[in-house]
Design a protein around this ligand. Structure first.
Ligand code: AGP
Length: 622
């Protein structure tokens, strides 16, 4: 997610903006920029790629940018590679390649969020004579504000509200207008934005940590509201442009807690961000009731050309592949192989020219996955990367890229990126099946509707977290935990087991439930915890009987199943229910209780949840 900071007051703005952006670094970014105004003078823009200190060095720690009013931004690329020209701030006029210099434009702004209809808006503005210098959706929205500001000769607030009516997506916007020195205008929908106030200054920021050093008095601007801030005044407006009043809130958090949005750990924050991550990813792939993968370069003809799918990844990304295998095979009738990247890269796997190799990776930098991608390309396969980091190595080297929009993931144990990958792969499976004709129009519509309901169902599962917190206190001293399931439930078990062992350090294994009797059941002792995933109706009874076999040998049983399957409680000691959904997409829901169980167990054991021992967020070495 991007970071936004704004300041207008009696002090020099640039150093305050740099300090604020530094406190937002945890949000992840790949470029940064400032726009500062010195009195009535035109705004001066400076941008830099990479780490924030490059921007600080470029502006002599802000000293080379005099002025008491300004906005700053750290960019997490979603539209357009992480480059200087795509870095914010963006302007309503033209911009030099370096992205820095005095701004002749009427409007300069920064944005956090995703404008879903930016393509159609860009075409509209091109028809009205605007030219574009970047690939970003932000430049489009800044120019759209300028368009309404000039066309209707209305003030900034009205130009912004007209823009808000026209735009679809999420945004936190901070804008400066040439004709309004010393003032900053802001608007919000679904992306975080707060307004701070102090004796001689006003602030705005994506998150509390950026301004906590200067004030604890903040306004939480609501969705579809506009703010107008000046050194000694803050005003708010609704979508009609009518002034509204907001309550002033005292921030009691410390800076560290504020970075986690008030959550105790980044992992818990990111578990709770899963509905948004899934929604943003699906919204980028589903338009007007149809799945559109052309942004990944996957036309319907391209999708029809494959006879074999190979999915290659590591860790949780590999678990996404294991889940997707069942979905793709069931919907498209295409054969799907799922390979660990560390194995694939050294195997002499027969790869045909009509094979699509899909490499899934959150970081886009995992060494084994990158090596596997290169092997696949050498062997003549078409490659698709499903990654979360724009411009990452795997993204750049694959033939096609399908980005997940989970935002930066800080905790080593992946959650929201995993969920975003799942729904992206589900959408791919449905679209492939539709163009191959293996599902009907009616089924296509059904699946898209079911996918669209996933984010809110994830949110409903999260409401059950206290029961998992309670149960985790019962298992904190377990020595062995087994996760079992059949079909998709086995794939979910794999992820549940990894979440448990990587952050609680309790030995855990995932097993295809039907495989237990071939050896592993000898490990079951009194009170061994066996967690059964039971979402696939045609396999439900089979897995229950495997669980009962374990129970007869002393095991303690937990079950994760769909609302309504209450018979499970005849056998299972502790049950978690998830909302009904089409069984192809149930992984997105069933994994959440298992993520929470692993999280709370780690917390109960007093461990470093976000940075577990021996692990790195991205394994960039073999
Ligand atoms: C999962 O919680 C771990 N962080 C790890 O298994 C991770 O999924 C794996 O290293 C792959 O990382 P990638 O998605 O960035 O390629």
């Amino acid at each position: 997610m991007c970071g936004i900071v704004g300041y207008t007051g009696s002090k020099q703005a640039a150093p305050i903006l740099l300090d604020g952006l530094e406190r937002l670094e945890y949000r992840g970014y790949d470029s940064a920029g400032l726009a500062v105004r010195n009195g009535d003078a035109l705004a001066e823009v400076v941008k830099a790629t990479g780490k924030l200190y490059h921007l600080a060095d470029k502006t002599d720690q802000g000293r080379s940018l005099p002025g008491t009013c300004g906005i700053g931004h750290t960019r997490w690329a979603t539209h357009g590679d992480p480059s200087l020209v795509n870095a914010h701030p963006h302007v309503s006029g033209n911009c030099s390649g370096s992205g820095s210099g005095q701004v002749e434009s009427d409007v300069v702004g920064v944005h956090n969020g995703i404008i879903e209809n930016f393509t159609e808006l860009k075409e509209k503005l091109l028809r009205h004579g605007y030219a574009f210098y970047s690939d970003t959706d932000t430049e489009v929205v800044v120019k759209l504000v300028d368009y309404y500001y000039k066309k209707y000769k209305i003030g900034p607030v009205d130009a912004i509200t007209r823009t808000m009516v026209r735009v679809r997506g999420s945004y936190a916007l901070a804008l400066m207008f040439k004709d309004y020195p010393g003032e900053i205008f802001a608007a919000r929908k679904d992306s975080p934005l707060i307004i701070g106030t102090a004796e001689d200054a006003s602030f705005l920021a994506s998150d509390v940590p950026a301004i906590l050093k200067y004030t604890r008095q903040v306004y939480y601007i609501d969705n579809l509201q506009v703010a107008r801030i000046a050194p000694s005044s803050v005003k708010f407006y609704d979508l009609n442009g009518d002034e509204v009043t907001l309550p002033l809130t005292e921030i009691t958090w410390d800076a560290a807690a504020a970075e986690r949005g008030g959550f105790e750990h980044f992992m818990l924050k990111e578990i709770h961000e899963q509905p948004q991550a899934a929604r943003d990813t699906l919204n980028s792939l589903i338009r007007d009731g149809k799945i559109d993968l052309t942004s990944a370069g996957l036309t319907d003809d391209t999708l029809r050309s494959f006879e074999q799918i190979d999915i290659v990844a590591c860790g949780s990304a590999w678990h996404v592949g294991m889940a997707s295998q069942y979905v793709i095979e069931d919907l498209t009738q295409l054969p799907v192989r799922v390979e660990l990247a560390s194995e694939f890269r050294y195997r002499h796997l027969p790869i045909r020219k009509d094979t699509l190799v899909i490499v899934i990776s959150q970081s886009g930098e995992t060494a084994d996955s990158l090596a596997a991608l290169r092997v696949a390309k050498e062997r003549g396969a078409m490659t698709l990367a499903v990654v979360n980091v724009v411009g990452s190595t795997i993204a750049r080297e694959a033939d096609h890229v399908l980005y997940t929009l989970a935002g930066p993931e800080i905790a080593v144990a992946t959650t929201k990126a995993y969920s975003a990958q799942l729904v992206a792969m589900d959408a791919l499976a449905v679209q492939m099946a539709y163009v191959l004709g293996t599902i009907s129009n009616e089924q296509y519509g059904h699946f898209i509707e079911e996918l669209g309901a996933i984010p809110d169902k994830i949110r409903r599962v999260l409401e059950d977290k206290e029961r998992l917190q309670w149960f985790s206190s019962k298992i904190a001293n377990a020595h062995d935990i087994f996760f079992i399931g059949r079909g998709l439930d086995y794939a979910i078990s794999l992820e549940g087991s990894l979440k448990m062992k990587e952050i609680s350090y309790i030995h855990s294994e995932a097993y295809a439930a039907g495989e237990l009797k071939h050896g592993t059941i000898s490990l079951i002792e009194h009170n061994t915890l066996v967690i059964g995933v039971l979402t696939q109706s045609e396999l439900f009874e089979k897995t229950i009987s495997n669980m009962v076999e374990c129970k007869s040998r002393g095991a303690y049983l937990m079950g994760v199943t769909t609302n309504g399957n209450f018979t499970v409680e005849d056998s299972v000691n502790f049950t978690v229910y998830i909302p009904k959904t089409d069984e192809h997409f149930v992984s997105s829901l069933a994994v959440v209780p298992l993520q929470l169980l692993g999280y709370y167990t780690s917390v109960n054991r007093g461990l470093d949840v976000d940075k577990p021992r021996n692990l790195a967020k991205s394994v960039t070495v073999e």
